[in-house]
Design a protein around this ligand. Sequence first.
Ligand code: PRP
Length: 550
Amino acid sequence: MKRYDRITPEGTKDLLFAECASRKRVESSLHSVFEEAGYQQVITPGFEFYDVFSSSEMYFPQEDMYKLMDDKGRVMVARPDSTIPIARLVSTKLKGYPLPLKLYYSQSLFRKNPGLRGRSNELFQMGIELIGDATFQSDIEVLTLGAKALSSVRTSSLRIEIGHVGVFQLLMEHLSADSELKARIHEFISAKNYGALSAKLDRLEDSQTTRILRELPKLFGGKEVFQKAEALFDGYDERLIEMLDYLKRVYEELTAIGLEELVIIDFGLVNQADYYSSLVFKGYLSSVGEPVLSGGRYDGLLKDFGNDLPAIGFGISVDILAADLLRSNGSLEKEEEPNHRLRIALTKGRLEKNAIDLFQQIGFDTEHLKEKGRRLFVTVPGREIDIVFAKAADVITYVEHGVCDLGIVGMDTILESGGTFYEVLNLGFGKCRFVLAAPKETDFFGGYGTKRIATKYPKVARDFFEDKGMDVQVIRIEGSVELAPILNLADGIVDIVETGSTLKENGLVIVEEIRGISARLIVNEASMKLKKNVIDDLITDMERKVQENS
Ligand code: PRP
C-alpha cells in the first residue's frame, strides 16, 4: 500500500525559516494594532459541530468543509471561518458581558478549494469583531482599523473598497422574478458579467429596478460613483436613498480623516458571505491579485444563536500578506503607486486570430503578435501592454492569480474551470455550442442502464445530467472525443460543436443542445479596481468594435 509519510496534503505546506519570520512579522504588527485599539484575543476550537455552521442559513457550502466524526457519531467540521464560532461564543459564554465587545482572533481556517489551482486549503487569518455597537462611528472605527492594520505591514499601495449589500437585497425585494432568475442575476452582478446580466434583464419588464440592476456592477470607482448612483436611484424606494447616503457619509468621514486616496466604492459588491447585512468592504494591495482583507456588518448573524446583537468585523489573510512581504524582501516601505501596464493572457489556437484582429481594430500594432514564432510573451509597441499566449485553462489561472490583468478565453473553459474573476465582455467570436451527441439511430435516453458519457468537459457534463436528475458515468477524454462511441467506450459525448462536420463524419448526431458559447474577456478582481481607468478604456474600445462587428 502506498504510504503518504513524506508529503503534505494538497493545499497545505510546511513553512520554513524566512517564511515563518515573515508570518511572525505580520502577526506581531496586527496583534499590536488590534490590542492598541482595545481588542482582546479569543481562540475558538479547531473543529466544531457541523450544526454551528449550518444554522438557519447555510453560509458555507457543505462540500467546502472538512468533516470528521466524534465518538458518538456526530458530524464535526474543521473551522472554515472565525466569525461564526465567535458569534456562538458571544451568544453563550460571553452572554451578558458588557457591550460593546471588542474581540480579535489569530487562527487557521480550513476550506476545500478545487485541486491544483495554487490555492491553500489551510489559511491563516487574523481579524476583529466589534459586537453590540450599531453606530455609524463603529463602522468608521472598524474601517480605519482595517486600513491601519494593512498599512502596518504595507508593502505596496493600499485601497479600501466599500459597498452596501442592502442595495442588492432591496432591489431583489422589488424585482418580480423567480428565485432561480434572482440567483443568476446575483451571480452576474458579482462577476461583473455585464452582457449576461443585460440579457437576463431584457426578459423582464423594463422598470427602474431593472435599470438600476443593469448599472449596478458598473457603479464602482471614485466619488463620481455617488453622482451616477444618485441619478439612477432618484425617486426609488426611500430605503435605497438612505443606503446611498450612508455610504456617502462613510466616504466623507474617511475623507475627513485623510483616507480619501485609499477609498473606492463598489455598489456591485455583492459576492460576500451571506451573513453580511449592510456595509461591506475589501482591502487590496497593488502587488496582490486578490483581496487581502474582507469584512462587513452582520447584524442578523448573532440572532441565529439566540442573541440579537449588531456586529461588524473583518478578516485579513495573514498568509497572503506574509508571502507578499517576503517577495518584497521584507521591505515595509510603500512602493510607488501601481503602474498602469496591462498584461493580457490570450488563448492560443482557435481564438488567437480573431483576438489579434480585434486588437488591430482597436489600434494595436499587431505585427509582432502575428509574427511571434514560438515566443509566448510579446509587448505591443507604443503601448503599455504585454500579451501572453497560453492554453485556455491557464489563461484563467493567470488571471485569477493576478499575474495577468485580463484574459481572452472561451466560455467552454470558463464553465469547466470556474474561478474567481470578472467576466466583462462577450467578444462575439469563437462561437460554438455545447451539445450532447450520440451515434445515429440510437435511442440515447432509452433503456435502463447507466449511460456512459465521454467528454473533455467532465464538470459541464456532470452539471448537465445533474440538472436532469440523471445518473451517468462520466469518462474524461483529452481530445477527439468522437472516437469514444465508435470504440464503444461511451454511449454519448458532451462536446463543443462548431460546424458539425466532426460529428457527421464520425456517425454522431446531436441529441440535445446544452448551450451556446463564445470567447469572453475576463479581468482580475484586484486589477479591475486598481487599474480601473486603463481597463475601462480597453473594455469600451473592445465593446465598440464587437458591436460594429456583430
Ligand atoms: C473540437 C471539438 C470537436 C470539434 C468540433 O475539437 O472537440 O471535436 O472541434 O468542430 P466542428 O463542429 O467544426 O467539426 P478540437 O478541434 O478543439 O480538437 P480536440 O478534440 O483534439 O481537442
